[in-house]
Design a protein around this ligand. Structure first.
Ligand code: AMP
Length: 419
């Protein structure tokens, strides 16, 4: 008996009807990233689990609940990457990437894995596009990173999104803030979920992005980080906003942005599309001035963002930005009879070598059936060679939109289609 296999829960196949959309988005992202001077980096899908545990934070949901952690045959503990920044920083330090160029500007596109509850816009394998700018604490780069994300979404044609920025401060001003949070949450201890009870002393900030309803309600009135920024952090945040205005990137300050990863310092931001429902973040990022050090590099500031491809696609569908772009063949070739088919194979080979998109199905039946198929594929032109055409040494070109037909000499074929 044969067994029918199904795809793992929380994953999906990108089928041909959609894969060209993915390719289009990736190409656009590569172009924008290149325009800003970013170069692609490709890191492995799995890393030593510690790469994430120490950087993303062992009190974060990502590490505690969502990471695919496994042991290999030699007992080493690895994790499927839940996010892209930690691997990039691991590689930056390991390969000494900072030595030639500062800041080092890197981008990546690829799958990430989180054991999350699947729902619209949230899956267990998902693709992220992101950038990292490593080597400068100049607030100009905070703004430039946000500007890149903004220009990318605008390039794609997206209208409905907003840019929300915040500052989560540096290690020094976090201290007084963490203390204020602990003081605020302690009287509510009994109402908090088990995780938050544990986090309150270790990392009270994690209580701010707990997804449990009762914790969320309490967190709503918690003190705000912006009220605890020291002078340096206040100035940094003011500069970021100044540059964003100069760059004409519209934004709002949202002091509730905390981000779910521990490594952020100073600027934190999110790109929100409110039409997306519960999973409304198109992407987010921030500054991570201590991360390179944590990976054993010399103290080096950095900033970056990551966006989710699926949520971008859903947003684009909602705004009708994905219709009419499926790549259609330029030419649909129809040969009737054996001799014509041999000639067609020769001509088609030449065309494909010359970058022309040609479709050819030698066994699709009658001329009528072939033309129907050409229309189904949205081909622009049909080239038809039957016995009669062969005898007269011509071929017929039919414009499938207008119906206009023109006969050409076989000898003029190559010249006619040279682009
Ligand atoms: P994060 O670093 O967790 O804020 O993730 C950055 C972006 O990746 C989010 O704003 C989403 O667009 C996307 N993303 C994160 N987790 C998932 C998921 N489980 N499924 C689909 N997209 C996700």
């Amino acid at each position: 008996m044969s067994i029918k296999y199904t795809i793992p829960r929380g994953t999906f196949d990108v089928l041909p009807k959609d894969s060209y959309k993915w390719e289009m988005i990736e190409t656009k992202f590569r172009h924008v990233a290149n325009r800003f001077g970013y170069k692609e980096i490709i890191t492995p899908i799995f890393e030593h689990a510690e790469v994430f545990e120490r950087s993303v934070g062992d009190t974060s949901d990502i590490v505690q609940k969502e990471m695919y952690r496994f042991t290999d045959r030699k007992g080493r503990v690895f994790a499927l990457r839940p996010e892209g920044t930690a691997p990039v920083i691991r590689s930056y330090v390991e390969n000494n990437l900072g030595q030639d160029n500062s800041p080092t500007k890197l981008f990546y596109i690829g799958p990430m894995f989180r054991y999350d509850r699947p729902q619209a816009g949230r899956s267990r394998q998902f693709s992220q596009y992101g950038i990292e700018c490593i080597g400068s604490n100049n607030p100009y780069y905070d703004a430039e990173v946000i500007q890149l994300f903004y220009i990318f979404l605008k390039d794609i044609g997206l209208q409905n999104f907003s840019v929300e920025v915040n500052s989560v401060g540096c290690a020094t001003c976090s201290e007084s803030y963490n203390q204020a949070l602990t003081e605020y949450f302690t009287p509510h201890l009994e109402e908090l979920c088990g995780d938050c009870k544990n986090r309150i002393n270790k990392n009270p900030r994690r209580l701010l992005d707990c997804k449990v309803h009762s914790c969320k309600a309490i967190a709503e009135h918690a003190p705000l980080m912006l009220d605890y920024l020291d002078e340096e952090c206040q100035n940094h945040f003011a500069q970021v906003q100044y540059y964003l205005k100069l760059m004409k990137v519209p934004f709002v300050v949202n002091s509730r942005i905390v981000r779910g990863l521990d490594y952020y310092t100073n600027t934190a931001f999110e790109f929100i599309n409110n039409n997306l429902g519960a999973q409304n973040a198109l992407g987010g990022g921030g500054r991570y001035n201590k991360l390179v050090e944590q990976f054993g590099g010399k103290p080096t500031p950095g900033i970056g963002f990551a966006g989710g491809l699926t949520r971008l696609l859903i947003s684009m569908e909602n705004e009708n930005l994905l219709s009419d772009i499926e790549p259609a063949p330029t030419i649909y070739f129809i040969a009737v009879g054996e001799e014509a088919t041999l000639l067609a194979i020769d001509m088609i080979g030449w065309m494909r070598k010359n970058f022309i998109h040609v479709e050819f199905f030698p066994d699709k039946g009658s001329l009528k059936a072939q033309l129907k198929n050409a229309n189904r594929l949205n081909a622009r032109l049909a080239i038809i060679i039957g016995e009669d055409e062969l005898k007269r040494n011509v071929f017929l070109q039919k414009d499938l939109q207008t119906g206009e037909q023109i006969e050409f000499n076989l000898e003029s074929f190559e010249e006619l289609y040279l682009s």
